[in-house]
Design a binder for this molecule. Structure first.
Ligand code: PMP
Length: 288
């Protein structure tokens, strides 16, 4: 693992930040999770744009702006050196006194980590995961907008914990009206009557970059694809369900709340999209 901190890249064990950083004390900050495929940072500019938008939404000025963030990602990924990697770019509010007031934090802090990641076991990635609907709801956009990729992942972490304690692999998060949002670290897709459907960001999903890529690829494969509000019923009735994310990749879902999804996991549309994704991913990146 390599970590960029305070202007230089160090080994994972050497990186230290103050316990008075408001990222730690209050979850005050934003982040991005990026992938390196074939020595290229996948859709780097899209991640930087989302990073800058998240930062703007919480009134955090990125030190050095997007250009510094880009340099830091590339420097850290190069130092890690692997052809395939996961890169975590973080901006915290920085150090300040105890007390939540962000105006007392003078300098936001950038951190970048390059490592490998495996968010689900390999066997599940192949056979499909068992989803359980979480008792926790995704907060509405006028509370903590889920489209802001903030460091506040407590709801997601507790949803995952609950699913694991009840014997599932992942948690399905709904919003206050019962519409499907996403799972704890990935977006949700359902295939119904040959069409690929995913909830809109306004229902409480992060506008995922893997999700955007899947929507584009579906278009070029001639698979009808669109954003649509979905309920649990739509997932029970679906022929296929799968989830997508930078760290997660593309992973099939074989059951929701004990009901098997479709006839086979993974399903044929998932297989087509995954193949197209693996083929396209290395050509969609910024070279290291
Ligand atoms: N939803 C949540 C809550 C996530 O944490 C992630 C991972 N960043 C995603 C969706 C997928 O987004 P992306 O494809 O941009 O990684």
């Amino acid at each position: 693992m390599k970590i960029w901190l305070d202007g230089r890249v160090v080994d994972g064990k050497e990186a230290r930040v103050s316990v008075l950083d408001h990222g730690l004390l209050y979850g005050d900050g934003v982040f991005e999770g990026l992938r390196v495929y074939g020595r290229r940072v996948f859709r780097l500019e899209d991640h930087l744009k989302r990073f800058a938008t998240s930062a703007k939404a919480i009134c955090l000025e990125l030190p050095g702006g997007i250009d510094a963030a880009r340099d830091i990602v590339l420097e850290t990924a190069r130092a890690f050196g692997a052809d395939e990697a996961y890169v975590r770019l973080i901006a915290t509010r920085g150090e300040g006194p105890l007390g939540i007031d962000p105006t007392h934090c003078r300098e936001p802090r950038l951190i970048c980590i390059a490592d490998r990641i495996s968010v689900y076991p390999e066997s599940k990635r192949r056979a499909g995961m068992d989803l359980l609907t979480s008792s926790l709801r995704q907060p509405p956009a006028d509370a903590r907008d889920p489209r802001v990729k903030s460091l506040g992942y407590l709801n997601n972490a507790l949803a995952r914990l609950e699913a694991r304690q009840r014997g599932g692999d992942e948690a399905l998060l709904l919003n206050a009206t019962g519409a499907v949002c996403e799972v704890s670290v990935a977006n949700v897709f359902a295939v119904r009557d040959g069409a690929l459907l995913t909830p809109p960001g306004t229902d409480g999903a992060l506008e995922g970059i893997t999700r955007a890529t899947v929507l584009e690829l579906a278009g070029s494969l001639g698979i009808p694809a669109r954003e649509q509000t979905l309920g649990r019923f739509d997932l029970f009735a679906a022929n296929e369900v799968f989830v997508t994310g930078s760290a997660a990749g593309l992973v099939p879902i074989r059951s929701l709340d004990g009901r098997p999804i479709g006839n086979a996991s993974p399903g044929p549309i998932y297989e087509k999209i995954r193949e197209a994704f693996l083929e396209a991913a290395p050509s969609r990146g910024t070279a290291l």
